[in-house]
Design a protein around this ligand. Structure first.
Ligand code: MLT
Length: 411
């Protein structure tokens, strides 16, 4: 009989969001009249920007004519999109990133997992706690961890707690770690990193020969000008960091799918024979073999984000969600809850009321307010006692949800 990848058996029962969906569906079935408002998964609700839609319609039309039809595109993405990204997202911010170092993909989630293909199995891996579960689960699947302990922590991973005490930014490890996952603006806590904090990580990585996986999927939500938007704003980052970005949240592409990963050509890691190998070459080889690129139509849609209309429309989308975040913060504070995040990120991180665990609070919100959020403990042991509320929803739903929550908790 064929055998399986036994590492999958180490995974906790379900990926967090499907598990929440399962509980919500069960509640909805038992309470068919409940008007459930979903502020759990960070999925966008507002329509695609018009500039993107129009560009995609034009691209569909091109596909309908032999002279403009496109077959396979470059596995790395079309040059016109990569050049726009390099110019607008990096060079305009003083970052040295060349278009050839950008790889277009169908999602940051996929890239964060796939990137492990080009790294050895013997690396020591550090994640924050709480953390976006994909970083942990993909390492479990790849066999980089042991089993879980009673706190749900996997053996072999270095967990760096992020709590209100350290402003949700991890203290650097005292031991040597080889691969470090950082996410700023942070999912789930909504925290951001200062230039000094990121510089400390880059200096650490360079002195230990480590690689930072920098997930900047929520970069567009930064409102404070002093906060770095890219790891490449930090001196030395081209020697130690890979950055993941996405069109999912800034341009509403969660269902359309387009993202990109930056692998600087100056980045190296060690082969078994001790030689230093360029990671760009390996990632290029991996993508050319296992990926056929994002559709022409979708890449044209993503390119339109950089047009003047696209810039204005995405800016207004982001402001819309950030106004939701402001309402959530204000209302929950008025309800007597301690809240964090939501200023430079579309997530508000809430301290659960005394005596309620993350899942207790989830159940209470669901049953009393018919509002869905995400239990902080689902992001890691140090997330226990916290709860994430996403600002991705209509204004009407956000206002209604906040009204229900304040009515329950103010009392
Ligand atoms: C989340 O809710 O954390 C996000 O939807 C995750 C994702 O973008 O994959």
């Amino acid at each position: 009989m064929a055998t399986i990848n036994d590492n999958y058996l180490k995974l906790k029962a379900g990926y967090l969001f499907p598990e929440i969906a399962r509980r919500v569906n069960a509640f909805a079935e038992a309470n068919p009249n409940a008007e459930i408002i979903r502020l759990g998964i960070g999925d966008v609700t507002e329509p695609l920007p018009e500039a993107c839609r129009m560009a995609m319609i034009d691209a569909v039309e091109e596909m309908g004519h032999r002279t403009t039809f496109k077959g396979y595109g470059p596995e790395q993405g079309y040059a016109w999109l990569r050049e726009k990204i390099a110019a607008n997202d990096f060079q305009a911010w003083g970052c040295e990133v060349d278009a050839s170092e950008i790889f277009i993909s169908d999602g940051s989630k996929c890239d964060c997992g796939n990137i492990l293909d080009i790294f050895g199995d013997d690396n020591t891996i550090a994640v924050t706690d709480p953390v976006y579960p994909v970083y942990v689960d993909t390492n479990v699947m790849a066999g980089h961890t042991g089993d879980t302990n009673d706190k749900g922590e996997y053996g072999g991973l270095v967990y760096l707690p992020i709590t209100a005490d350290n402003h949700f930014t991890a203290t650097l490890p005292t031991e040597k770690v080889d691969l470090i996952y950082l996410c700023f603006p942070n999912n789930p806590t909504g925290a951001v990193a200062t230039r000094e904090h990121l510089q400390a990580w880059v200096d650490y990585a360079r002195s230990h020969g480590s690689i930072i996986f920098f997930d900047a999927a929520y970069e567009a939500f930064i409102t404070e000008p002093a906060i770095p938007r890219s790891i490449y704003e930090i001196a030395g980052a081209r020697e130690c960091a890979i950055e993941f970005r996405s069109f999912s949240k800034n341009a509403g592409f969660t269902g359309t799918r387009c993202a990109f990963t930056v692998v600087p050509k100056t980045l190296t890691a060690k082969a078994a024979d001790g030689s230093e190998v360029e990671l760009w070459k390996l990632w290029n080889r991996r993508q050319s073999t296992k990926f056929n690129g994002v559709s022409y139509i979708v890449q044209r849609g993503a390119e339109a984000v950089y047009s003047s209309a696209g810039q204005a429309q995405t800016k207004s989308l982001i402001s819309f969600y950030m106004e939701n975040a402001r309402i959530i913060r204000e209302q929950l504070t008025a309800a007597g809850l301690a809240v964090y995040g939501g200023v430079n990120a579309p997530y508000v991180w809430v301290k659960t009321p005394a005596g309620l665990s993350s899942w207790d609070f989830f159940d209470k919100l669901l049953s009393t307010c018919n509002v869905v959020g995400t239990p902080g403990s689902g992001f890691g042991a140090a997330g226990e006692g916290y709860f994430r509320i996403s600002a991705f929803n209509s204004r009407k739903n956000v206002e209604a949800a906040m009204q229900r929550i304040t009515a329950t908790f103010k009392a």
